[in-house]
Ligand binder design. Structure first.
Ligand code: ATP
Ligand code: MG
Length: 231
């Protein structure tokens, strides 16, 4: 019997059985073979990521990553997450065939449906036109390019039981070359919100950035959270 884990908003359903996770979707926006290619690429570059067992249009099966998602820990994993993010962001971008620069993601955002009922609190009640206008008005001039996970939030990173080592990334469909604040903005949002992830809070986001070794960049932080509203 497959046990359902999540039914995502985009239409993807994740189930598990006997150490196998199966993601299925009939939504053409979910490129599961593309996600499989990204998992395989990460592992080939020494980054722990779920092992692909099979993939086809609408289907991705991966081996269970041992441990627990970072969202299940209450404390103590922030430094491990920051150290891991640095390692991911140190991969050579020239080796990465996946492009998530603004030249790609802004047109994709403009073509996307936006769930206006699921905006971050600071944009609650905005119209699509307002989101688009703000996207154009605040688009960064310079991109500080690294290999980004693209949806780097606590549930998408699995750590060992001690919480000291990342054992695997999952949900990598948006991995690609992008500004590092793509990941920093989403991870600090995930770490800041005790409602989303109990046990964390603003202290955790501050600690993450300090350990990662970067000063806050409010403009890029806001822009990349805004961009995420479109996906
Ligand atoms: N290979 C795996 N090993 C361990 N856990 C996994 C694996 N694949 C998926 N999971 C678990 O299933 C959850 C959902 O998987 P995933 O994030 O890929 O789906 P999703 O539809 O994108 O979900 P969401 O929209 O909630 O991010 C993960 O947060 C994780 O807890
Ligand atoms: Mg996920």
């Amino acid at each position: 019997m497959w046990e359902i884990v999540t039914t995502g908003q985009s239409g993807a359903t994740v189930s598990r059985r006997d150490g196998v996770y199966r993601k299925t979707s009939n939504d053409p926006r979910d490129d599961l073979p593309g996600e499989a290619a990204r998992l395989t690429w990460l592992r080939a570059h020494g980054i722990p990521a779920a092992q692909v067992l099979s993939s086809a249009p609408g289907l991705l099966e991966t081996a269970e990553v041992p441990g627990l998602p970072a969202s299940d820990y209450r404390h103590g994993v922030v430094d491990a997450l920051a150290d891991f993010t640095r390692v991911l962001h140190a991969l050579p971008i020239a080796d990465c065939p996946f492009d998530r620069r603004l030249a790609v993601t802004i047109p994709a955002a403009l073509a996307a449906d936006v769930d206006l009922d699921d905006l971050d609190d600071e944009r609650a009640g905005w119209t699509r036109d307002e989101l688009v206008a703000q996207l154009h008005a605040t688009r960064p001039v310079q991109e500080d390019l690294v290999v980004c996970h693209g949806d780097l939030c606590l549930p998408n990173v699995v750590l060992d039981r001690e919480g000291s080592q990342v054992t695997g990334l999952i949900d990598v469909g948006r991995l690609g070359v992008a500004d590092r604040w793509t990941d920093l903005a989403l991870m600090t949002r995930s770490l800041s919100d005790p409602g989303l992830n109990p046990g964390y809070g603003p202290w955790a986001a501050d600690r993450f950035l300090t350990r990662y070794g970067i000063a806050p960049d409010p403009a890029k932080n806001d822009f990349y959270r805004l961009l995420d509203e479109f996906f």
